[in-house]
Design a binder for this molecule. Structure first.
Ligand SMILES: CC(C)(COP(=O)(O)OP(=O)(O)OC[C@H]1O[C@@H](n2cnc3c(N)ncnc32)[C@H](O)[C@@H]1OP(=O)(O)O)[C@@H](O)C(=O)NCCC(=O)NCCS
Length: 159
């Protein structure tokens, strides 16, 4: 029999998702994991771009993003190790970017990523992000972060 898993991407209802989100966060990021207060803050400033990926039984991924003035930020993205390489990270990022791009004044979307994090860097490059700088000593263990940006195409059509 074929084993098919239906995955849904939806806006998070944080009070329902929080316990599973924290478990995924700790599993994936270990010492870099966001504490509960950070999740509450990110949800407060970007609830429309706080998305989760779910199987029927389990939360297996999330993305948190928000817009501030003319810039969007990807705060975090994670996919459960058992479900990687199936396009879930790309879908989460694409959907969050599409929602951010509805902000009429948005000109760019930015993010930071560990210099050594090849899977994430490849994902961002695939979706049009380019490296614009390096911040040394960005993470608690001293590793540098790449600053990457995605420029939003102008929404006004030429006269
Ligand atoms: C980064 C992450 C979210 C990608 O999620 P994913 O669902 O496995 O990614 P996808 O299957 O959607 O892959 C999309 C693209 O990402 C890149 N990618 C994903 N896994 C990769 C790997 N192991 N090595 C190299 N590139 C990889 C590829 O470019 C891939 O496109 P392709 O399949 O056409 O080559 C996931 O690896 C993860 O949760 N990592 C730990 C948390 C993390 O590092 N978050 C980012 C913090 S800035």
């Amino acid at each position: 029999m074929q084993n098919t898993t239906t995955i849904t991407i939806q806006r998070s209802v944080l009070r329902h998702d929080l316990r599973e989100l924290l478990a995924l966060e700790n599993l994936v990021f270990e010492n870099d994991a966001f504490p509960v207060q950070e999740f509450l803050h990110l949800y407060h400033i970007g609830s429309d771009t706080f998305l989760v990926a779910r199987t029927e039984h389990q939360l297996i991924g999330y993305i948190s993003a928000y817009a501030e003035n003319d810039t969007g930020y990807i705060a975090s993205i994670a996919v459960h190790p058992d479900h990687r390489g199936n396009g879930i990270g790309r879908t989460l990022l694409r959907v969050a970017m599409r929602i951010l791009e509805r902000h009429p004044t948005l000109t760019a979307i930015q993010l930071h990523v560990r210099q050594s994090n090849k899977p994430a860097i490849h994902l961002y490059q695939k979706l049009g992000y380019v490296t614009i700088g390096i911040e040394t000593n960005y993470y608690a263990d001293g590793e540098a972060a790449l600053m990457m940006t995605h420029t939003i195409q102008s929404k006004t059509s030429p006269a």
